[in-house]
Design a protein around this ligand. Structure first.
Ligand SMILES: C[S@@+](CC[C@H](N)C(=O)[O-])C[C@H]1O[C@@H](n2cnc3c(N)ncnc32)[C@H](O)[C@@H]1O
Length: 282
């Protein structure tokens, strides 16, 4: 499954304002005394998670951004260079590290193309200080989550993950097709995205359960998108994306989907449920 850089750019400011500030503060607190920190970001896309989290971490950071999509990795490199106050490219354009300065922090970024369905262990070695991911865990299967949690526990690694879709949605004004659309959308969410049938809206439950079974202390906070009139562009893309996904399932008639989509563009407001997780080894 591929994600467009335009879609990720559209959601980035809403993602950043939606994450749980208290959970993020706990992460920052845990590493406050550290001079130098290595963070691995799984399914990094165009680097939004780094831009959201790095300002809350220490003065020297090293990030490894992992994605299987080379186009998004190239986009991440360009977007981070643009975001930085100063950026230095180390070596060849496509595979060198990027050293950036941002608000007095030095952040060295490496970009790694890897299929996390197959190459997870290699991405976790040598062990970083923190593993993170944004908007990623709903794509993976419960079985992958179990293996992932075992791999984390074997290395004693903390995990901070934000914006995992949790299945809770409300749209205003209500429409007669909402419940059927949401059920069909959830069926699509649980289709195979490259890791086996995806956990979709059950991902946080699976992740929290598996982390606890591996001896982790797990803190969870809701991080819903609360969208209103000023978020028209994102709401429209969301509605179009949901309609396209539902059509792919074949569960609803195209005319039912079209009627729902017409009513949803524009919608007055909506809330899309997500959850953040901060897990530390016991
Ligand atoms: C919803 S996007 C989130 C991107 C980014 N974390 C953000 O918050 O903007 C999911 C990301 O996971 C990546 N991804 C999906 N399957 C993957 C796989 N098997 N291996 C590595 N990355 C994968 C996608 O390419 C995409 O960048």
């Amino acid at each position: 499954m591929s994600f467009s850089a335009d879609w990720l750019a559209l959601r980035e400011p809403i993602d950043h304002r939606s994450v749980s500030a208290s959970l993020r503060a706990s992460v920052a607190q845990r590493f406050a005394a550290r001079d130098g920190l290595h963070v691995v970001d799984l399914g990094c896309g165009s680097g939004s998670n780094l831009r959201g989290l790095a300002p809350h971490l220490g003065a020297r950071q090293r990030w490894t951004l992992v994605d299987w999509d080379s186009g998004l990795l190239a986009h991440a490199r360009a977007a981070l260079a643009q975001w930085a106050d100063d950026a230095q490219q180390d070596g060849a354009q496509d595979d060198g590290a990027l050293s950036i300065m941002k608000d007095g922090k030095r952040i060295d970024v490496r970009f790694r193309q890897a299929d996390l369905a197959r190459r997870l262990e290699s991405v976790l070695d040598p062990a970083p200080d923190l593993v993170t991911a944004a908007a990623f865990f709903d794509l993976v299967s419960p079985e992958w989550i179990e293996g992932f949690c075992k791999a984390l526990a074997a290395r004693g690694l903390p995990l901070y993950t934000v914006l995992t879709y949790d299945g809770r949605e409300t749209w205003e004004p209500p429409h007669a097709g909402d419940a059927a659309m949401l059920a069909a959308f959830h069926a699509h969410q649980q289709s195979d995205k490259g890791f086996g049938p995806a956990a979709g809206p059950r991902a946080v439950q699976a992740l929290a359960g598996s982390l606890a079974a591996n001896g982790y202390r797990v803190a969870r906070e809701l991080s819903p998108w609360r969208l209103g009139a000023s978020d028209f562009a994102l709401m429209s893309e969301l509605a179009k994306g949901a309609a396209g996904a539902v059509l792919e399932t074949g569960r609803l008639e195209p005319r039912e989907v079209a009627a729902w989509l017409a009513a949803r563009t524009p919608a007055a407001s909506c809330s899309i449920g997500h959850e953040d997780v901060w897990a530390t080894p016991g």
